[in-house]
Design a protein around this ligand. Structure first.
Ligand code: NAP
Length: 228
């Protein structure tokens, strides 16, 4: 049985990751903005293995409170999954600067604070795995313009993950990055390529196969290496 912490577990890919880990008999700490509204999580089978904790990635104090509540519980896997798109105004001539700052907090800075807060929990299991859900839009190979806020905050998250992998190279924690595919969620929209089931099962397979020498690698949901 693995112990897994997932951020942004209220819906979309995070909810499906939670469902799949519970179905495997693993225990999951599902972190959400508002536990009282987490009705989909409370309807999942395997409730005995599920803990729901408040963690609002836009309110950094909640990360420290969650760490206190969870204590020194060892974690095998931590998935920095929560993310936002940054809203509709993301063009060069019309970019919402306030939304850019808020999105940087959620997509880039909060995942670093989560990683830092729970590092000792990952170390405590002896072979912790930290997966950061970034995007193909963060890669220098992504050919399309626009989406300034989303692309830059995810590119910065990718850099954060790379720095964590380098700075923690002597610790028993493997840090990796994931493009989950274009997935049919509220963010991906109804015409996306993959179901949440396909994306989440691919992400879980990649995490299960990670070894220390994979630290710093950027993966696609199907296990291929994503170009930076
Ligand atoms: N879907 C795609 O095609 C795609 C492609 C590439 C990368 N991704 C990345 O994959 C991850 C999951 O995306 P998704 O498609 O599942 O998106 P989604 O359906 O929009 O779900 C986003 C999740 O993040 C949570 N969240 C947003 N802001 C938060 C905050 N301040 N604090 C805590 N949780 C917060 C949401 O919680 P609430 O329900 O409370 O809002 C929700 O659970 C994201 O990092 C996204 O950027 C998705």
């Amino acid at each position: 049985m693995k112990r897994v912490l997932i951020t942004g577990a209220n819906r979309g890919i995070g909810l499906e990751l939670t469902r799949q880990y519970l179905a495997e008999g693993d225990s999951v700490i599902a972190c959400v903005r508002d536990p009282a509204a987490a009705t989909a999580l409370r309807a999942l089978p395997g409730q005995a293995q599920l803990a729901i904790e408040r963690m609002d990635m836009a309110d950094f104090a909640t990360i420290a409170v969650a760490r206190q509540r969870i204590g020194d519980t060892p974690l095998d896997i931590l998935i920095n999954n929560a993310g936002v798109s940054g809203g509709p105004r993301q063009g060069i001539d019309d970019v919402d600067i306030d939304a850019w700052h808020e999105t940087l907090n959620v997509n880039t800075i909060a995942p670093l604070l989560v990683a830092r807060a729970f590092k000792s929990n990952l170390v405590a299991c002896g072979d912790g795995k930290l997966m950061n859900v970034t995007s193909q839009l963060a890669a220098s190979t992504w050919p399309m313009g626009g989406m300034l806020i989303y692309s830059t905050t995810k590119a910065a998250l990718s850099k954060v993950a790379q720095i964590l992998a380098i700075d923690w190279k002597n610790d028993p924690v493997t840090v990796a990055l994931m493009h989950p595919g274009w997935v049919r969620t509220d963010m991906g929209g109804p015409h996306a390529q993959l179901t949440v089931e396909e994306s989440a099962s691919g992400i879980r397979r990649v995490i299960a196969g990670l070894t220390r020498s994979d630290s710093g690698r950027f993966y696609k949901w199907n296990g291929e290496i994503h170009p930076w």
